[in-house]
Design a protein around this ligand. Structure first.
Ligand code: NCD
Length: 303
């Protein structure tokens, strides 16, 4: 039995297979409409979510399966003091696969050690968000036709943004990826990430102004300032509108540069950018459903 805790749990070859499967699902959805007949997905969300939880649920319904679960810790027995280990033992009796989001880093991993069903990490604190990364990779691969030879700019909250941490770890396995980290000083990418890049001899630079690097980018990954992980509101207010991608800045970019965002967006991308065909963050949401369908089928060994 396999779980998904980090994007590195799959080899590059396994990811290719998963993305091929997602591509086939996109083209032939009817072929998959009954694959999960009689199966249940449990969504255990101890932290707010719209996209990720609904995306998992839509994925399971698209496969003909059922969904049970809870969408906030307050309405689960966690509020009575139950541990994730006990909760997953119980969920193992009710469902065939579980997607878990938790504010504590490593909580889904702890759950997986006690689970009798595959557990998918749907985001653990500021740590990892592997299914968002699968979504990001599938989007890039589908729209660009490759996952190598890119300069990617990651912009915004690089300190607390788990989607950023997961995506970097996944991208270093592909050839000739250059990273440009764009953040205010206070929200710089953590040292453990840059140390990993140095060890692997992967080139990166850190800058503060988005305008200074816009023309170099093949991909721009925008992120929201992660309010819920700040220690004080004052710092959040000071930093929240540090970046606002607008039409003017888009003029500096290559004609085929793609703008991605894991969403939710707050102010960091002006709505006027939505009309630009390089803005692909809503397409990304659709790819998220296909890749989660492929993941559920793979972990349930139904392919
Ligand atoms: C992200 C998350 O939860 O980390 N959202 C998502 O799952 N698409 C990004 C965010 O909340 O900023």
């Amino acid at each position: 039995m396999r779980h998904l805790m980090s994007p590195l749990d799959f080899t590059v070859e396994e990811l290719d297979k998963l993305f091929d499967l997602a591509g086939d699902i996109e083209k032939n959805p009817e072929k998959y409409a009954k694959k999960c007949d009689g199966k249940k997905l449990a969504t255990c969300f101890y932290e707010p979510s719209t996209r990720t939880r609904l995306s998992f649920e839509a994925a399971m319904y698209n496969l003909g399966g059922h969904v049970i679960g809870f969408s906030d810790a307050g309405s689960s027995s966690a509020s009575k003091g139950e541990s994730v280990s006990d909760t997953i033992r119980m969920i193992s009796c009710y469902a065939d696969i579980c997607a878990m989001r938790h504010p504590k880093e490593g909580a889904p991993m702890v759950a997986s050690t006690k689970s009798r069903i595959p557990v998918i990490n749907a985001g653990d604190g500021g740590h990892q968000h592997p299914t968002q990364t699968l979504t990001d990779l599938l989007t890039i691969r589908s729209l660009k036709g490759r996952l190598n030879n890119f300069t990617i700019g990651l912009c915004g909250d690089l300190k607390f943004g788990r989607t950023v941490h997961s995506l970097i770890h996944a991208l270093v396995r592909y050839d000739n990826i250059q990273f440009i980290f764009i953040s205010p000083d206070e929200l710089r990418i953590p040292d453990y990430v840059t140390e990993m890049l140095q060890e692997k001899g992967i080139s990166y630079k850190e800058v503060i102004r988005l305008e200074d690097v816009m023309e170099e980018l093949d991909l721009l990954y925008m992120t929201r300032v992660q309010r819920e992980r700040f220690f004080n509101e004052e710092d959040y207010v000071r930093l929240k509108d540090f970046y606002i991608l607008n039409k003017e800045k888009m003029k500096l970019a290559k004609p085929d540069m793609l703008v991605l965002h894991p969403l939710p967006r707050v102010n960091e991308i002006s709505v006027e950018v939505d009309e630009d065909e390089r803005a692909v963050y809503f397409k990304q949401v659709q790819y998220g459903v296909y890749v989660r369908m492929a993941l559920i089928l793979t972990l349930l060994e139904l392919v």
